[in-house]
Write a protein that binds this ligand. Structure first.
Ligand SMILES: [Zn+2]
Length: 284
């Protein structure tokens, strides 16, 4: 009997390169995860603001991801609030619009992006917010029935008026009556290791990234723990960081995940973003 078992394991490992080591573990059914990317507008600002040593202006994408798992449908971040399409200063305040120009049109908000590929925004089960900055939680308002999954320390920072003001958080973006699950550290979203929240603090008090296991291997949606490929390669941090030491440790963690075979999806890297298929195309 040992031969067919070994053979079976070998075939499984061969067909599913993303689950290396499976043949040595207990065999369990593996859920298929589908991952889709949307661009919900762009913003333009000084490159030096976003990366030490950057020159001139840079236009960066505002990414949102849809993850479809057998047990539920999740978004990773929700982009900008729709008011930013006509009155960004009124929505995010003059300090932010003094730094960024918004390029964001009707139809680019997360709900419209979902509807364009036949998904109902009311049927999104989970929003994983990387953190509480305006370009990551602004669309929560358009996703009415989801449970938010955030790091406990981000939630606490958001609920503390002084900290929230210092970090540029707008409570109107995330305190909207959604059910909230506060997690502390790693969190396996569906209980099978397919979609896992990874703490990558530093950019904000409780920033998190999301690891998604595709058939081709692991993808890590870094969000603002790593704006650009160069942030990771050259350790060039943005101008405003909550905790530099923590952010550098998070970059080390991303580097080690990459070394282990994961593909890192950088948070606001326009060059990288050109290589990411946009929905309805699936990321494979
Ligand atoms: Zn951002």
């Amino acid at each position: 009997m040992s031969l067919p078992n070994k053979l079976n394991g070998a075939i499984l490992a061969h067909n599913r390169p993303g689950i290396r080591g499976m043949s040595t573990r207990k065999m369990e059914p593996v859920m298929t995860v589908k991952l889709y990317a949307f661009t919900c507008g762009t913003v333009t600002g000084e490159f030096a603001h976003l990366m030490e040593g950057g020159e001139g202006d840079i236009t960066v994408p505002i990414p949102v991801f849809l993850i479809e798992h057998g047990k539920g449908r999740a978004l990773f971040d929700t982009g900008l609030h729709p008011d930013c399409q006509h009155d960004p200063a009124g929505r995010v305040g003059p300090r932010i619009t003094g730094v960024f120009t918004f390029n964001y049109r009707p139809g680019e908000e997360v709900s419209a992006r979902l509807q364009a590929i036949g998904r109902d925004p009311a049927k999104i089960d989970v929003i994983v917010n990387s953190h509480f900055h305006f370009d990551h939680v602004g669309g929560n308002a358009l996703i009415p029935n989801a449970t938010m999954v955030v790091q406990k320390r981000e939630w606490e920072a958001g609920m503390d008026p002084d900290t929230a003001a210092r970090r540029g958080f707008n409570r109107r973006d995330f305190d909207l009556g959604h059910k909230v699950i506060q997690v502390d550290g790693e969190h396996d979203l569906f209980g099978d290791g397919a979609v896992v929240c990874l703490p990558t603090h530093g950019h904000t008090p409780g920033h998190q990234s999301l690891k998604v296991r595709l058939a081709s291997g692991d993808v890590v949606l870094a969000a603002d723990s790593c704006y650009f490929c160069r942030t990771l390669r050259e350790r060039r941090l943005p101008q405003n960081v909550y905790d530099r030491t923590a952010m550098l440790a998070s970059l080390d963690k991303l580097a080690s995940l990459e070394k282990g075979g994961a593909r890192i999806f950088f948070g606001h890297d326009g060059e990288f973003w050109k290589s990411v298929p946009q929905a309805p195309a699936e990321i494979v």
